[in-house]
Write a protein that binds this ligand. Structure first.
Ligand code: GLA
Length: 336
């Protein structure tokens, strides 16, 4: 049995998913593979990417016992209510902690390995999101897990996090998407992420769902911090469909402008950037063949994503829009 789930890079639409907003990520060619044999009442996995072994007696209880990457495996087994285990090995070619959703990719690959007949992508994404929240303690949204499951070859995904509809948007063949690590691990990301989420909820308590809010509504928020948070979310929700339309017509210049605006908004209004990320974006933007760049994912370190002409940059990882996990599990060979 082999199950693969890709990582993702978010092209635009950050810190919008947990308020029912719009996001435009794409599943990438790098990801996590679980190979093994199903059977027995235990999940026992080794990993090529991290030390230790994940050993989970089934059924896994609601209170997490394992730590590190094994905690993610245990949390997935628990949310799925898995009764039949697997003995096998995990490999990953995703850089860990870089903001390419290595944990979501692990969760989805393990979920598929344990229970490949989950045919509802959204339901499986919700379960894996719950596993991520349990294992990491971070109240994340659903973007990463849903992207890993629903990715489409050659396409980014326009996801509406209110109704969880997924619309594939073609990525032009002459566009290169490059992910560059800042070298900064995303420390503090957990508590600061939760604070940002609370700020958004406090803003929504005052003016209603941010997804439906207009720039005029934002002016009614007195607290300057909450006003700025809401301004980011509302403006980002407007940038995502504009970016999707520009991408679909191959207007990479317009895409690049929107990426730079998104970065400024994440830096100034949402305050999730770092000096290093700002510097990287500033350095990349004027380079020949670069249309735009922005921090991607939660921020507080991690990666910058750049939209470029092919070969314009010689650093970073060029990423290709890959098929999602669901497409891959259809060809899974079950031999145990
Ligand atoms: C992390 C979370 C996602 C999303 C992004 C920010 O990747 O897991 O749900 O909120 O941050 O856009």
């Amino acid at each position: 049995m082999t199950a693969f789930a890709p990582g993702r890079v978010n092209l635009i639409g950050d810190h919008t998913d947990y308020t029912g907003g719009l996001v435009l990520p794409m599943a990438i060619q790098m990801g996590t593979t679980v190979t093994g044999r199903r059977g027995g009442p235990v999940v026992r996995l080794t990993s090529g990417a991290a030390p230790g072994e994940a050993v989970v007696d089934l059924p896994a209880g609601p209170t997490l016992i394992a730590t590190g990457w094994a905690g993610y495996v245990e949390a997935v087994a628990a949310v799925l209510g898995a009764g039949v285990g697997i003995t096998g090995h995990v490999t990953s070619d995703l850089p860990i902690g870089a903001g390419l959703s290595s944990s979501a990719s692990l969760e989805v690959a393990v979920a598929l390995a344990l229970n490949s007949d989950v045919s509802d992508a959204v339901e499986l994404a919700r379960l894996c999101q719950e596993a991520e929240q349990r294992a990491s303690g971070v109240p994340c949204g659903i973007m990463d897990q849903l992207t890993s499951i629903a990715g489409v070859e050659g396409h980014a995904l326009l996801i509406d996090c209110t109704d969880l509809s997924v619309q594939p948007v073609p990525v032009p063949a002459d566009a290169e998407i490059v992910v560059i690590h800042s070298g900064q691990e995303r420390r503090l990301a957990g508590s600061a992420y939760a604070e940002r989420r609370r700020d958004c909820e406090a803003a929504a308590d005052q003016i209603g769902p941010l997804r439906l809010a207009s720039p005029g509504d934002i002016d009614q928020i007195h607290d300057p911090r909450l006003r700025a948070r809401a301004r980011h979310v509302v403006s980002e929700n407007a940038r995502v469909p504009a970016f999707a339309a520009a991408l679909a017509t191959g207007d990479l210049r317009a895409c690049g402008e929107l990426m730079l605006e998104s970065h400024r908004s994440l830096a100034l209004d949402f305050e999730v950037s770092t000096d290093r990320l700002d510097q990287m974006v500033e350095d990349l933007a004027p380079r020949p063949g670069v249309y735009g760049a922005r921090l991607t994912g939660a921020g507080f370190g991690g990666c910058v994503v750049a939209l470029t002409d092919p070969g314009a940059l010689d650093e970073g990882w060029p990423v290709r829009p890959s098929a999602g996990a669901r497409a891959v599990v259809r060809v899974v060979r079950v031999d145990g």
